[in-house]
Ligand binder design. Structure first.
Ligand SMILES: Nc1nc2c(ncn2[C@@H]2O[C@H](COP(=O)(O)OP(=O)(O)OP(=O)(O)O)[C@@H](O)[C@H]2O)c(=O)[nH]1
Ligand SMILES: Nc1nc2c(ncn2[C@@H]2O[C@H](COP(=O)(O)OP(=O)(O)OP(=O)(O)O)[C@@H](O)[C@H]2O)c(=O)[nH]1
Length: 448
């Protein structure tokens, strides 16, 4: 029997290890068993993570305790689990931030010399993600911020885990052939199903709906007109849906959000005959909130009479009502005639690359200086804020940390100015950008 890669969840008590375990194992749970001879607190399950079968191991909280006590024995069991791990998920609580115990465990873990991925759990909301980035100081590389309880960032985490597992015997999907995960979203009747059928039908379909992805999710791979692989992820969308206008309530609570979480990019279908409506803008905001890159498909283009006018009206409405989507690529197309579909793919690729962009710190700070000069930071309590330094802390979506004295007091409007300027100067239309403000010492110094 081939030995499965072992992924071990570790961290101090109460950081959310069990919640994460359940999230990762989820309905794919194939087997839960108490490992014989180990304390009842070590749970194991075979599950599928990012297309790889793994043995997920939950451990008891790492605690300082004498070995002859129950916590002590639990620690010994954790230690054994970590020794056997192909990957250790080191979980800490982003809400409380790193505490001394976490740092101790970090040192302890380092001695174990196993691959480690740091997970900042309970990172729902803005503060959480800023705290998450503190964990750089543990020296295990980029922390991944999630909320196990609210199911935020878990899908991205799964992909990250899969990418860090040892190579399979059979060659895994290499980077080049990895399908780009797309969600096609839009309000009812926008032309999503027709576009999907076109893509899956007329283009060469490679695999059918994939069973067992999650409870309801379905996905299908196809080769785009550019010869590259795409995977449409959807929860209900590949099934025939009832043609009822149920509005955003349904859409926002169910399938589209789920699809967005699993996707890397969104194609937002907007009906060109109707033009951009408030509901379309709401969906665009949802995409940005989920941190997904986006291109707009202006559908039913064959039925549009005044094309220049329709396109301009759509662009205008978006730039006025959605500053974060300003300059977004908009591809007019018809799934009925196939017109324009080819142009969708270069747009998707281009935006995808920008979503993955990493801007060198020197370049970033040259922009930063110019931006500050052009429009100096405002006065707060009669004193000017001193902003000193900016660095990119992650991609997908591009996320930045901004340092300076009282940087955390930078008003929303000024943050928006910086984000919009970044997006414009580094040409990232349709890409969500996050900035975190740090009024503290720069923990990233010397990293690049
Ligand atoms: N706010 C928030 N709370 C969470 C999150 N994940 C877990 N929790 C809560 O944190 C508490 C601890 O979660 P557990 O999963 O039991 O933590 P654990 O690390 O397994 O704890 P031990 O078994 O003591 O080691 C519970 O009350 C969870 O509901 C999250 O993402 N956000
Ligand atoms: N003229 C024209 N009509 C289209 C095109 N694409 C879709 N339609 C029509 O628009 C209507 C809605 O299309 P669907 O693809 O079902 O839209 P949907 O977004 O999947 O709708 P829901 O399932 O309700 O969310 C149908 O009557 C289609 O025939 C197109 O490219 N040109």
């Amino acid at each position: 029997m081939v030995e499965l890669p072992r992924v071990v969840i570790a961290g101090r008590p109460n950081v959310g290890k069990s919640t994460l375990f359940n999230r990762l194992v989820g309905s794919r749970l194939a087997l839960v068993a108490d490992t014989p001879g180990v304390t009842r607190d070590r749970k194991e399950a075979v599950c599928e993570i990012g297309g790889r079968k793994v043995l997920m191991v939950d451990t008891a909280g790492l605690e300082e305790a004498p070995p002859d006590t129950l916590p002590g024995r639990m620690r010994a069991s954790t230690s054994t689990a970590v020794d056997q791990a192909d990957l250790v998920l080191f979980v800490f609580d982003a809400k409380s931030g790193l505490i001394p115990e976490d740092r101790h465990f970090g040192i302890w873990l380092r001695r174990k010399d196993r691959p480690v991925l740091v997970i900042a759990n309970k990172a729902e909301g803005r503060g959480g993600i800023a705290n998450a980035m503190e964990a750089y100081e543990l020296g295990f590389g980029e922390p991944v911020a999630i909320s196990a309880e609210h199911n935020e960032g878990v899908y991205d985490l799964m992909n990250e885990i899969a990418s860090r597992l040892p190579d399979e015997e059979t060659p895994a999907e290499d980077e080049e052939n990895k399908p780009l995960h797309l969600a096609i979203v839009g309000r009812p009747n926008a032309g999503k199903s027709t576009m999907l059928n076109y893509l899956l039908g007329e283009q060469r379909m490679i695999t059918g709906p994939e069973p067992g992805l999650t409870r309801d999710a379905v996905s299908a791979d196809f080769e785009g007109p550019d010869g590259k692989l795409y995977r449409v992820v959807d929860t209900a969308g590949l099934r025939k849906r009832a043609k009822v206008d149920v509005g955003l309530e349904k859409m926002s609570t169910s399938s589209s959000i789920e699809a967005l979480k699993r996707a890397e990019m969104a194609v937002l279908a907007i009906d060109a005959i109707q033009g951009v409506q408030e509901q379309d803008l709401q969906i665009a905001r949802l995409i940005e909130r989920e941190g997904r890159a986006c291109v707009i498909a202006l559908t039913k283009w064959d039925a549009v009479e005044d094309r220049p006018d329709a396109k301009k009206a759509a662009l205008d409405r978006i730039s006025i009502s959605l500053s974060q989507m300003k300059g977004i690529t908009l591809v007019p197309l018809s799934a009925e005639t196939g017109e324009g579909i080819k142009k969708l793919f270069p747009a998707i690729r281009d935006t995808y690359e920008k979503w993955n962009l990493r801007i060198p710190t020197s370049q970033l700070n040259r922009w930063f200086e110019a931006a500050l000069e052009r429009f100096p930071p405002p006065l707060v309590d009669g004193r000017r804020l001193k902003l000193r330094y900016i660095t990119q802390i992650k991609a997908r979506p591009p996320t930045f940390a901004l340092f300076g004295t009282r940087a955390e007091q930078v008003p929303e409007t000024y943050q928006r100015y910086l984000v919009n300027s970044l997006r414009e100067v580094f040409e990232m239309p349709g890409v969500p950008i996050r900035i975190y403000l740090r009024g503290t010492e720069n923990p990233f110094k010397g990293r690049d």
